[in-house]
Design a protein around this ligand. Structure first.
Ligand code: ZN
Length: 280
Protein backbone atom coordinates (compact mmCIF):
# COMPACT_ATOMS: atom_id res chain seq x y z
CA UNK A 1 0.00 0.00 0.00
CA UNK A 2 1.69 3.21 -1.07
CA UNK A 3 1.66 5.90 1.57
CA UNK A 4 2.05 9.63 1.20
CA UNK A 5 5.83 9.51 1.26
CA UNK A 6 5.89 7.11 -1.71
CA UNK A 7 3.52 9.27 -3.74
CA UNK A 8 5.41 12.42 -2.76
CA UNK A 9 8.64 10.86 -3.96
CA UNK A 10 7.04 9.68 -7.20
CA UNK A 11 5.65 13.16 -7.84
CA UNK A 12 8.97 14.82 -7.13
CA UNK A 13 10.87 12.51 -9.47
CA UNK A 14 8.24 12.83 -12.20
CA UNK A 15 8.27 16.60 -11.81
CA UNK A 16 12.04 16.69 -12.18
CA UNK A 17 11.96 14.54 -15.31
CA UNK A 18 8.75 15.65 -17.03
CA UNK A 19 8.21 19.34 -16.24
CA UNK A 20 8.65 21.44 -19.34
CA UNK A 21 8.38 18.53 -21.76
CA UNK A 22 5.74 18.33 -24.46
CA UNK A 23 3.29 15.43 -24.37
CA UNK A 24 3.58 13.45 -27.60
CA UNK A 25 1.57 10.40 -26.61
CA UNK A 26 -1.28 9.72 -24.23
CA UNK A 27 -3.35 6.62 -23.63
CA UNK A 28 -5.63 5.31 -20.93
CA UNK A 29 -7.71 2.16 -20.54
CA UNK A 30 -10.64 4.22 -19.27
CA UNK A 31 -12.56 5.49 -22.33
CA UNK A 32 -13.97 8.50 -20.51
CA UNK A 33 -10.40 9.71 -19.94
CA UNK A 34 -9.22 9.18 -23.52
CA UNK A 35 -12.32 11.00 -24.76
CA UNK A 36 -11.59 13.93 -22.46
CA UNK A 37 -7.95 13.92 -23.59
CA UNK A 38 -9.03 14.22 -27.22
CA UNK A 39 -11.64 16.82 -26.45
CA UNK A 40 -9.11 18.99 -24.58
CA UNK A 41 -6.23 18.27 -27.00
CA UNK A 42 -3.91 16.95 -24.30
CA UNK A 43 -1.25 15.80 -26.76
CA UNK A 44 0.81 18.85 -27.68
CA UNK A 45 0.53 20.50 -24.28
CA UNK A 46 3.56 20.79 -21.98
CA UNK A 47 3.78 19.18 -18.56
CA UNK A 48 3.75 22.06 -16.06
CA UNK A 49 4.22 20.23 -12.82
CA UNK A 50 3.68 16.97 -10.99
CA UNK A 51 2.51 17.28 -7.41
CA UNK A 52 1.14 15.08 -4.67
CA UNK A 53 -1.44 15.66 -1.99
CA UNK A 54 -1.59 12.74 0.38
CA UNK A 55 -2.03 9.69 -1.81
CA UNK A 56 -3.24 11.68 -4.80
CA UNK A 57 -0.89 12.50 -7.65
CA UNK A 58 -1.75 15.33 -10.04
CA UNK A 59 0.03 16.02 -13.33
CA UNK A 60 -0.61 19.59 -14.44
CA UNK A 61 -0.47 20.50 -18.14
CA UNK A 62 -0.13 23.89 -19.81
CA UNK A 63 -3.39 25.73 -20.29
CA UNK A 64 -4.88 24.44 -17.04
CA UNK A 65 -5.56 20.76 -17.58
CA UNK A 66 -4.89 18.19 -14.86
CA UNK A 67 -4.54 14.42 -14.72
CA UNK A 68 -5.64 13.32 -11.27
CA UNK A 69 -4.71 9.80 -10.12
CA UNK A 70 -5.17 7.96 -6.85
CA UNK A 71 -3.16 4.82 -6.11
CA UNK A 72 -5.44 3.08 -3.59
CA UNK A 73 -3.94 -0.32 -2.70
CA UNK A 74 -1.75 -1.31 -5.62
CA UNK A 75 -1.29 1.59 -8.02
CA UNK A 76 2.10 3.01 -8.91
CA UNK A 77 3.73 5.35 -11.42
CA UNK A 78 6.91 4.34 -13.21
CA UNK A 79 9.16 6.38 -15.50
CA UNK A 80 10.83 4.66 -18.44
CA UNK A 81 13.39 6.08 -20.85
CA UNK A 82 12.69 5.17 -24.49
CA UNK A 83 13.38 1.51 -25.07
CA UNK A 84 13.62 0.57 -21.39
CA UNK A 85 12.03 -2.68 -20.32
CA UNK A 86 8.90 -2.20 -18.24
CA UNK A 87 9.06 -3.71 -14.79
CA UNK A 88 5.42 -4.70 -14.85
CA UNK A 89 3.23 -6.43 -17.42
CA UNK A 90 1.70 -4.25 -20.10
CA UNK A 91 -1.72 -5.57 -19.09
CA UNK A 92 -1.32 -3.76 -15.75
CA UNK A 93 -0.83 -0.37 -17.41
CA UNK A 94 -3.82 1.92 -16.91
CA UNK A 95 -2.55 5.26 -18.13
CA UNK A 96 0.44 6.42 -20.11
CA UNK A 97 1.90 9.88 -20.64
CA UNK A 98 4.63 9.94 -23.25
CA UNK A 99 7.10 12.76 -23.80
CA UNK A 100 10.17 12.82 -26.02
CA UNK A 101 12.61 10.28 -24.64
CA UNK A 102 10.59 9.25 -21.62
CA UNK A 103 7.27 7.72 -20.74
CA UNK A 104 5.33 7.81 -17.47
CA UNK A 105 3.22 4.69 -16.97
CA UNK A 106 0.57 4.31 -14.28
CA UNK A 107 0.15 0.67 -13.32
CA UNK A 108 -3.04 -0.60 -11.66
CA UNK A 109 -4.07 2.97 -10.96
CA UNK A 110 -7.78 2.67 -10.20
CA UNK A 111 -8.66 6.35 -10.25
CA UNK A 112 -7.74 8.40 -13.33
CA UNK A 113 -9.51 11.65 -14.22
CA UNK A 114 -8.71 14.46 -16.59
CA UNK A 115 -9.89 17.71 -15.06
CA UNK A 116 -10.04 21.37 -15.97
CA UNK A 117 -8.75 23.84 -13.40
CA UNK A 118 -12.29 24.59 -12.34
CA UNK A 119 -13.08 20.88 -11.93
CA UNK A 120 -9.88 20.38 -9.96
CA UNK A 121 -10.71 23.22 -7.59
CA UNK A 122 -14.20 21.88 -7.05
CA UNK A 123 -13.16 18.23 -6.77
CA UNK A 124 -15.05 16.76 -3.86
CA UNK A 125 -12.36 14.39 -2.56
CA UNK A 126 -9.43 16.74 -3.09
CA UNK A 127 -11.23 19.69 -1.56
CA UNK A 128 -11.96 17.78 1.64
CA UNK A 129 -8.48 16.33 1.99
CA UNK A 130 -6.76 17.06 5.29
CA UNK A 131 -3.37 18.80 5.33
CA UNK A 132 -0.41 16.84 3.96
CA UNK A 133 2.44 16.69 6.50
CA UNK A 134 4.89 16.78 3.57
CA UNK A 135 3.44 20.03 2.19
CA UNK A 136 5.44 23.22 2.56
CA UNK A 137 2.62 24.61 4.72
CA UNK A 138 3.25 22.08 7.51
CA UNK A 139 5.12 24.61 9.69
CA UNK A 140 2.86 27.42 8.61
CA UNK A 141 -0.42 26.32 10.12
CA UNK A 142 -0.58 22.85 8.60
CA UNK A 143 0.37 21.06 11.81
CA UNK A 144 -2.10 23.10 13.83
CA UNK A 145 -4.85 22.33 11.34
CA UNK A 146 -4.14 18.59 11.62
CA UNK A 147 -4.38 18.89 15.43
CA UNK A 148 -7.68 20.74 15.09
CA UNK A 149 -9.06 18.02 12.80
CA UNK A 150 -7.94 15.20 15.12
CA UNK A 151 -9.70 16.98 18.00
CA UNK A 152 -12.81 17.40 15.83
CA UNK A 153 -12.83 13.58 15.43
CA UNK A 154 -12.06 13.20 19.14
CA UNK A 155 -14.47 10.32 19.69
CA UNK A 156 -12.69 8.14 17.13
CA UNK A 157 -9.72 5.96 18.06
CA UNK A 158 -6.52 7.81 17.18
CA UNK A 159 -5.37 4.72 15.24
CA UNK A 160 -8.39 5.10 12.94
CA UNK A 161 -8.21 8.88 12.74
CA UNK A 162 -4.68 8.77 11.35
CA UNK A 163 -6.03 6.82 8.34
CA UNK A 164 -8.84 9.32 7.76
CA UNK A 165 -7.63 11.27 4.72
CA UNK A 166 -9.96 14.15 5.58
CA UNK A 167 -8.04 14.64 8.82
CA UNK A 168 -4.50 14.21 7.58
CA UNK A 169 -3.50 13.21 4.07
CA UNK A 170 -0.95 10.58 3.21
CA UNK A 171 -0.65 8.25 6.21
CA UNK A 172 -1.23 4.59 5.39
CA UNK A 173 -1.51 1.44 7.40
CA UNK A 174 2.20 0.80 7.97
CA UNK A 175 3.06 4.27 9.13
CA UNK A 176 0.11 4.76 11.48
CA UNK A 177 1.30 1.85 13.65
CA UNK A 178 4.87 3.10 13.59
CA UNK A 179 3.86 6.70 14.35
CA UNK A 180 1.82 5.68 17.39
CA UNK A 181 4.63 3.43 18.67
CA UNK A 182 7.17 6.24 18.42
CA UNK A 183 4.72 8.68 20.03
CA UNK A 184 4.02 6.11 22.79
CA UNK A 185 0.25 6.33 22.30
CA UNK A 186 -2.05 3.29 22.32
CA UNK A 187 -3.98 3.22 18.98
CA UNK A 188 -7.31 2.47 20.69
CA UNK A 189 -7.34 5.75 22.63
CA UNK A 190 -9.92 8.33 21.64
CA UNK A 191 -8.35 11.35 19.98
CA UNK A 192 -9.87 13.53 22.69
CA UNK A 193 -7.90 11.69 25.40
CA UNK A 194 -4.54 12.81 24.04
CA UNK A 195 -2.81 15.62 25.87
CA UNK A 196 -1.62 18.56 23.78
CA UNK A 197 1.93 17.26 24.18
CA UNK A 198 0.93 13.79 22.97
CA UNK A 199 -0.98 15.21 20.03
CA UNK A 200 2.01 17.33 19.03
CA UNK A 201 4.22 14.27 19.36
CA UNK A 202 1.95 12.23 17.08
CA UNK A 203 1.80 14.93 14.40
CA UNK A 204 5.52 15.71 14.49
CA UNK A 205 6.34 12.00 14.31
CA UNK A 206 4.05 11.63 11.28
CA UNK A 207 5.87 14.48 9.58
CA UNK A 208 9.31 13.11 10.50
CA UNK A 209 8.60 9.56 9.32
CA UNK A 210 7.06 10.67 6.04
CA UNK A 211 9.94 13.09 5.45
CA UNK A 212 12.60 10.53 6.41
CA UNK A 213 11.24 8.03 3.91
CA UNK A 214 11.29 10.69 1.23
CA UNK A 215 14.92 11.51 1.96
CA UNK A 216 16.25 7.96 2.01
CA UNK A 217 14.68 6.57 -1.13
CA UNK A 218 14.93 9.27 -3.73
CA UNK A 219 15.78 6.93 -6.57
CA UNK A 220 12.74 4.70 -6.69
CA UNK A 221 9.25 5.78 -7.49
CA UNK A 222 7.32 2.60 -7.07
CA UNK A 223 5.97 1.31 -3.78
CA UNK A 224 6.83 0.23 -1.25
CA UNK A 225 9.02 -2.49 0.16
CA UNK A 226 11.84 -0.34 1.47
CA UNK A 227 10.12 1.77 4.09
CA UNK A 228 11.93 1.86 7.40
CA UNK A 229 11.18 3.65 10.63
CA UNK A 230 13.83 2.32 12.99
CA UNK A 231 17.36 3.65 12.56
CA UNK A 232 18.79 0.17 12.27
CA UNK A 233 20.57 -0.69 9.04
CA UNK A 234 19.61 -4.35 9.37
CA UNK A 235 16.80 -4.89 6.85
CA UNK A 236 15.19 -7.35 9.28
CA UNK A 237 14.82 -4.53 11.80
CA UNK A 238 13.16 -1.93 9.66
CA UNK A 239 9.89 -1.53 11.51
CA UNK A 240 9.10 -1.23 15.21
CA UNK A 241 5.72 -2.91 15.41
CA UNK A 242 4.01 -3.19 12.01
CA UNK A 243 3.70 -6.83 10.94
CA UNK A 244 5.32 -8.03 14.18
CA UNK A 245 2.26 -9.33 16.06
CA UNK A 246 3.20 -11.94 18.69
CA UNK A 247 6.90 -11.04 18.58
CA UNK A 248 8.81 -9.19 21.31
CA UNK A 249 8.98 -5.39 21.27
CA UNK A 250 12.40 -4.23 20.07
CA UNK A 251 12.47 -1.77 22.96
CA UNK A 252 10.95 -3.49 26.00
CA UNK A 253 10.43 -7.14 25.03
CA UNK A 254 6.65 -7.11 25.59
CA UNK A 255 4.66 -9.10 23.04
CA UNK A 256 3.39 -6.92 20.19
CA UNK A 257 -0.40 -7.03 19.85
CA UNK A 258 -2.54 -6.56 16.74
CA UNK A 259 -6.21 -5.91 16.06
CA UNK A 260 -8.48 -5.15 13.14
CA UNK A 261 -10.02 -1.74 13.56
CA UNK A 262 -11.88 0.96 11.74
CA UNK A 263 -14.28 0.98 8.81
CA UNK A 264 -11.94 -1.05 6.55
CA UNK A 265 -10.81 -3.48 9.28
CA UNK A 266 -7.14 -2.75 8.67
CA UNK A 267 -4.71 -4.35 11.13
CA UNK A 268 -3.02 -2.09 13.65
CA UNK A 269 -0.02 -3.19 15.72
CA UNK A 270 1.15 -1.84 19.07
CA UNK A 271 3.26 -2.57 22.13
CA UNK A 272 1.22 -2.51 25.33
CA UNK A 273 4.44 -1.93 27.27
CA UNK A 274 5.60 1.17 25.41
CA UNK A 275 2.31 2.75 24.35
CA UNK A 276 0.16 4.30 27.05
CA UNK A 277 -3.55 3.70 27.38
CA UNK A 278 -4.00 6.84 29.44
CA UNK A 279 -2.97 10.44 28.96
CA UNK A 280 0.19 11.66 30.61
ZN1 ZN B 1 7.62 -2.04 24.03
Amino acid sequence: MPEGDTIFRAARTMNRVLAGRIVIDFDCVYPIVTRAAEQHALVGRAVDSVTSRGKHLVIGFSGGLFLHTHMRMNGSWHLYPDGARWQRPRADARVLVGCEGVMAVGFLVPVVELLTRRELERHDTLRRLGPDPLAAAFDDGGAAEIARRIRAHGRDAIGDTLLNQRVVAGIGNVLRSEILFLAAVDPARAGSSLSDAELTQVIDTAHDLLAANVMTRQQTISPSVGRRTTRSLDPGQKLWVYGRGGRPCRRCGTEILSAKTGPDARIVYWCPGCQTRHGR
